[in-house]
Design a protein around this ligand. Structure first.
Ligand code: DAT
Ligand code: MG
Length: 139
């Protein structure tokens, strides 16, 4: 089984959408094999999003991801990174396909409720950013 990283971003946590989003992903066939809630500081947010350093939205993004608690989870399913991106939808909620998580719950291109690892941007690096091997379970 493949694995990928999900982040429920501060906008969704503040709007009390943790359970709604996890149910959506459970119904879509994902199994949670690691999960925790944390409040990242700017150093951690900047390191996680370092791939975007230099882009015009980088400072906004780092401030946003460190603006409140987030939920990080490692999800497994066949072809998990690709499948999660499909279920999450396009970055901009207005362009996300009907019924996707961002289409249903996102409010703007920045406040788009979730992060999902890009299949071509090393999902395993993102899983390892938040979880040690001992925090990820096989069951
Ligand atoms: P994705 O999260 O779909 O992989 P991305 O990697 O291009 O999208 O960008 C990472 C995050 O940065 C994205 O979820 C929201 C934010 N972002 C991207 N483009 C933006 C923009 N034009 N204005 C504000 N925030 C943006
Ligand atoms: Mg991305």
């Amino acid at each position: 089984m493949d694995r990928t990283l999900l982040i429920i971003k501060p906008d969704a946590v503040k709007r009390n959408l943790i359970g709604t989003i996890l149910k959506h992903l459970g119904d879509a066939g994902f199994k949670i094999i690691a999960m925790k809630m944390l409040w990242p500081d700017k150093e951690m947010g900047g390191a996680f999003y370092e791939i975007h350093k230099g882009k015009d939205f980088y400072d906004w993004l780092v401030n946003f991801i460190s603006s409140g608690p987030i939920v990080v989870a490692c999800l497994t399913a066949p072809d998990a990174p690709k499948k999660l991106r499909e279920v999450v939808g396009a970055t901009d909620p207005k362009k996300a396909a009907p019924g996707t998580v961002r289409n249903l719950y996102g409010t703007s291109v920045g406040e788009n409720v979730v992060h999902a690892s890009a299949p071509d941007e090393n999902p395993e690096r993102e899983v390892a950013f938040f979880f040690t091997d001992r925090e990820i379970f096989t069951y």
